[in-house]
Design a protein around this ligand. Sequence first.
Ligand SMILES: Cc1cc2nc3c(=O)[nH]c(=O)nc-3n(C[C@H](O)[C@H](O)[C@H](O)COP(=O)(O)OP(=O)(O)OC[C@H]3O[C@@H](n4cnc5c(N)ncnc54)[C@H](O)[C@@H]3O)c2cc1C
Length: 317
Amino acid sequence: MKILVYIDNRKNHIKKTDLELVYYAYLIAKKHGGSVDALVLGSGENAGELGKYGADRVYTLSHGEFFDANGISKVVKNFAEEKSADLIIVPFNSSGKPLVGMLAALLNASTVTGVLDVPEMDDGKFVFKKGVFSSKAFAYIKALNNKVVVSLIPNSLSPEEVVSEANVETVSMAVDERVKVVGVDKVEGKVPLPEAERIVSGGRGMKGPENWGVLLDLAKALDAETACSRPVSDVGWRPHTEHVGQTGIVVRPNLYVALGISGAIQHLAGVSSSKVIVVINKDPEAPFFKAADYGVVGDLFDVAPKLTEAINKFKGN
Ligand SMILES: Cc1cc2nc3c(=O)[nH]c(=O)nc-3n(C[C@H](O)[C@H](O)[C@H](O)COP(=O)(O)OP(=O)(O)OC[C@H]3O[C@@H](n4cnc5c(N)ncnc54)[C@H](O)[C@@H]3O)c2cc1C
């Protein structure tokens, strides 16, 4: 079996999610047999590192300018055909999501989005696990075609170094563009929330945007990203890019700290897959405590600064 991993490296550094994709492919190849190719879109700086996490061969494709999902899907399709790839793995993020459907159509492949675990094999066909109903249940989906395209949810596994660096080969390929992306405005310097390992999140209990310093201090101490409940972004205390939940971003960090969030079902839908949940709320009856691994009943304006101080002390700051 041949596995192809697509890595969007246009920011020219290999991210943890890229390592997760390659390590996921490695685990599949180890379990079911096969080899792993990685196609890296971008300058390919540090691309050899992907070898440490299981890529047998790494190919980089530099294009120079932005191009859109339509152009990328054709490049990946051509490359997948050239390498006779049976399984193509892309990230479940803004760069991978539009690719899955296009690639499946171009390759006449089965597709499963948002997979979580290394698939089992049934009768020579992959069976993938994915979360459904806002991650309250799991579905097991059998891919019936010979070619399969899947997207992997970030933070589904912890990548480990397994082999040595791979050789990197630069490839060139004509890109058939139907539209041209002439610019992208995006928040720089922040880890996208779906990929964040730690998140500190605030709700209406924060009382107003002027109080966010307490939360930002804790986030800084934990080296965490920041998020919020929907009402907080609806009233403009925080940007909509931080809104998590059923109608916002779905996250699955290793640590989710909730300050002054009640834990409504629509909020939990976006955060309940977090590995460890810490809730600080002054109401002992707040529903979030039922989903929490650790809870502190208390005023967040007392508790959060003490927690920040303790973490900084522990870190020796
Ligand atoms: C269709 C639909 C979709 C929705 N989608 C989302 C979604 O995606 N994400 C989302 O978040 N919500 C969503 N909601 C809204 C959701 O139902 C809740 O209204 C919302 O999550 C509540 O936000 P909150 O917990 O910040 O505020 P509140 O419910 O007002 O809770 C504030 C909490 O802060 C605590 N508190 C107050 N002061 C302090 C203090 N000093 N110290 C400690 N604790 C304190 C209170 O005890 C309370 O538990 C949706 C609703 C609908 C109808």
